[in-house]
Write a new protein. Structure first.
Length: 478
């Protein structure tokens, strides 16, 4: 990936976020951010909680996984088109998909550290070691060794992800942990509590909670807390995490408790967190909007040296072999084609050009009058057809748009340029209605989908989403 182009996708439960950074690493690169919802699967909608048992539960779970994979493939394909991902991008996974651990290991070279990290992660993984993809990155150099953030992912999930990416035509440059991207964005705020002593940070992402424990700005613990159903569950998970850290690493006495979420948690949740710290810490809420766009931290990490990467080596070997084979075949084809062209130019081209020139000149001289007559008639017929054809008139376009326009979407203006384009402007209560209208316009067959442009949806002060859609007619349209 070029130095001036850094693109990353972040999976966050029911959403996939994308960020594209333009410009170098110096200063503030321009960021383009998009978010796409993951539609709920049929299995999740139709099977009530607690009613499936035995084989029915396994079948429902498998159907849900297939539905989720189909939805993610569609969103991956949409992200690739909207962010123009051609050279590949980084993909950050939620903590619920990973096995994470912060380790302190003796000093060693990177290859040796990789072997030790794999051994440590195999001890806590629920599957065999050969079924794991393991990655790590150094977060701090200490007198006793190096502190690492390690992550592992079962091969079964990686294979399913690989199929989704292949169906979407998306190539990965790096497989990252979304929690590290959020930590990067939080550090950019420069909060004093992050560097003055120990702090516990809770990240809430669509109902899922993650915990980071940092001391003097360096990671000490990284753990996913799952999806607590009530405040007591969240408080219990926080207490157990702090106790586990004390048993393994020493006293855990955070001086600050930060809660990063899109909206301030209700009082019972904050009280449960306060109780988990024996009432010594008052949770401080940080609006997630202050951190910037979701996925920005992952994009900023893209291209930096020795960052976490869970892409299996086999994937890179296959991709390298495929590129070599493609280059070889292209080279052979180019050589054969060049030889054929040179041979033709050397032996046959002069004579063929001479014969064809004489034949064309003779046909032109013999049929010039007839050609002009036929050309005049064709031009008149074309003019009559263009005048009589009203299939792409303004009334027909308005009729079809009104037929496919979703409820809840209002058009403010329509600009029509015959034979060129039609431009729609309006507002909607939800972004999904705007995307539904654009998809319906693309499916109508009247327009050149590759030149259809969507500006928005942009939320205004009235909490409405304004948009503009410009659709160009296909070549040859009246």
């Amino acid at each position: 990936m070029a130095e001036s182009e850094r693109k990353a996708l972040l999976i966050e439960r029911d959403w996939i976020h994308g960020v594209a950074l333009a410009g170098g690493r110096e200063g503030n690169p321009a960021a383009t951010a998009r978010s796409w919802p993951l539609a709920p699967t049929p299995a999740a909608r139709l099977v009530p909680a607690g009613e499936e048992t035995g084989a029915a539960a396994d079948a429902g779970e498998g159907e849900a996984e297939r539905g989720s994979g189909t939805a993610r493939t569609a969103v991956f394909r949409q992200a690739r088109a909207e962010l123009r991902i051609e050279a590949g991008c980084a993909l950050a996974l939620p903590t619920s998909d990973l096995i994470t651990r912060v380790l302190v290991l003796p000093p060693a070279d990177r290859e040796s550290l990789g072997a030790i990290v794999r051994l440590q992660m195999e001890k806590i993984a629920p599957c065999a070691g050969e079924e794991l993809s393991v990655g790590f990155e150094v977060v701090a150099q200490e007198e006793t060794g190096v502190r690492l953030f390690a992550a592992a992912m079962p091969q079964e999930r990686l294979d399913a992800l690989a199929r989704e990416l292949a169906d979407a035509g998306l190539r990965l440059t790096r497989l990252d942990a979304g929690l590290l991207g959020w930590w990067r964005q939080l550090q950019a705020l420069g909060l004093p509590v992050l560097t003055d002593g120990m702090s516990a940070i809770l990240f809430e992402q669509g109902g899922e909670w993650d915990l980071l424990l940092a001391d003097q700005g360096e990671l000490r613990l990284a753990r996913g807390l799952g999806t607590p159903v009530d405040p007591a569950d969240l408080g219990r998970e926080l207490t157990l995490s702090l106790l586990n850290y004390e048993m393994e690493c020493g006293p855990a006495r955070p001086q600050a408790l930060l809660v990063v979420s899109a909206s301030c948690p209700d009082t019972p949740w904050l009280e449960a967190l306060r109780a988990a710290t024996a009432g010594t810490l008052a949770p401080e809420w940080i609006d997630r909007a202050r951190l910037g766009e979701p996925g920005l931290g992952c994009a900023l990490r893209e291209g930096e040296a020795e960052r976490l990467d869970l892409v299996p080596p086999s994937w890179r070997h296959q991709e390298s072999d495929l590129r070599k084979r493609r280059r070889f075949l292209m080279g052979v084809g180019a050589a054969v084609g060049l030889w054929a062209v040179l041979a033709g130019l050397l032996f046959a081209a002069p004579k063929v050009v001479e014969l064809r020139t004489a034949a064309v000149a003779g046909r032109i001289a013999a049929g010039e009058a007839g050609y002009r007559a036929v050309s005049d008639v064709r031009q008149r017929v074309r003019l009559i057809r263009d005048y009589m054809d009203r299939s792409d008139s303004l009334l027909e376009i308005l009729r079809e748009i009104c037929t496919v326009m979703p409820e809840g979407l209002e058009l403010g203006s329509v600009t029509y340029r015959r034979g060129d384009a039609v431009k729609l402007a309006g507002e909607a209560g939800q972004p999904a209605l705007v995307y539904a209208l654009k998809d319906a316009i693309d499916a109508s067959g009247r327009f050149d989908n590759g030149k259809t442009r969507l500006n928005g949806p942009t939320r205004d002060a009235r909490m409405r989403f304004r948009f503009e859609i410009e659709a160009r007619f296909k070549e040859g349209a009246p």
